[in-house]
Design a protein around this ligand. Structure first.
Ligand SMILES: Nc1ncnc2c1ncn2[C@@H]1O[C@H](COP(=O)(O)OP(=O)(O)OP(=O)(O)O)[C@@H](O)[C@H]1O
Ligand SMILES: [Mg+2]
Length: 274
């Protein structure tokens, strides 16, 4: 891929995105993401996390400002056809928040082999990658099932497998652990930590600050105004209870402890005195 500035995998320069009808979703977004970073995107509902992941995947393009990937300015034209488009699609994979949007094949096996076949990877290699992805997510038994008849968590695993089979350098995951049972969440986290290395990039959105702490080397916090309100090391923010409350990252509600019903913020440090 031709490159003018290859220092960063992504560079967002004052990027805005409005959906048709002028609905603002991202405002004045600026960041650089380098190889080796594991970035958690957090923020309240509607703050723009999914939209940002779609821009990073080249599915949407900035309304103003620009987004560079591998030193190349992403645009509809560049990603339409040609070797640069294929190279980008081989390197970057997005797992959607809602698996129903992602899954379309008649069987799980076809779902998991579709992406790599589409990108021109040879059949033998595709079979080996698809088997590996199914094993990794412990869904070999679902191979011949139609994706639309699976449970929510099973669908999520199939959409993860369909992107992992591409073996992307950049993995974009929109709320990857949502809907997974605790064993499967742990399994996915183990995988991500083993997968990560100095050349790879992970950007994932989540509402789960424990996952942020376990996986991320960097946290980007989106605010209600669709801009970035914080960007740094997770430990800088996760212990700041006022900041977490202000940005809807922790909640305060009434709850029961045996016979005592009371109210206090649920802070990241899980243990609290009663
Ligand atoms: N297809 C769309 N058309 C119009 N507006 C949209 C569309 N998708 C999202 N939006 C709006 O864009 C803003 C950002 O939405 P987005 O889905 O990126 O938020 P999010 O941070 O991922 O939220 P959540 O935590 O609920 O997943 C919201 O105000 C939302 O209503
Ligand atoms: Mg979202």
């Amino acid at each position: 891929m031709s490159s003018v500035d290859n220092t960063f995998i992504y560079s967002a320069k004052n990027l805005d995105y409005d959906y048709p009808g002028g609905i603002a979703a991202l405002k004045e977004i600026c960041f650089d993401i380098g190889a080796g970073e594991l970035v958690a995107l957090v923020g309240a509902n509607g703050s723009g996390k999914s939209t940002l992941l779609k821009l990073l995947d080249g599915l949407l393009f900035p309304t103003s400002g620009e987004l560079l990937a591998f030193g190349m300015k992403l645009s509809e034209k560049i990603l339409e056809t040609g070797s640069r488009a294929v190279d980008f699609r081989r390197r970057v994979g997005l797992v959607f928040q809602d698996p129903d949007v992602q899954l379309f094949s008649p069987t799980v096996w076809e779902e998991v082999t579709f992406g790599p076949l589409q990108l021109g990877i040879c059949r033998e290699e595709v079979i080996s990658r698809a088997n590996e992805a199914l094993e990794l997510l412990n869904i070999v038994n679902l191979r011949e099932r139609p994706p639309y008849l699976l449970s929510g968590g099973e669908k999520k695993k199939v959409s993860l497998a369909s992107v992992l089979s591409l073996r992307p350098q950049v993995l974009l995951l929109d709320e990857p652990t949502t809907g997974l049972d605790p064993w499967s969440q742990g399994n996915l986290i183990d995988f991500l930590l083993q997968w990560a290395d100095k050349d790879k990039v992970l950007v994932f959105s989540t509402q789960d600050l424990d996952v942020v702490e376990e996986v991320a080397t960097r946290i980007i916090v989106m605010g209600a105004g669709h801009g970035i309100v914080a960007d740094g090391k997770p430990e800088e923010f996760l212990s700041d209870s006022d900041f977490l409350l202000r940005n809807n990252l922790v909640h305060e509600h009434s709850h029961r402890h045996k016979d005592l019903v009371h109210r206090h913020p649920h802070l990241h440090e899980r243990s609290h005195e009663h």
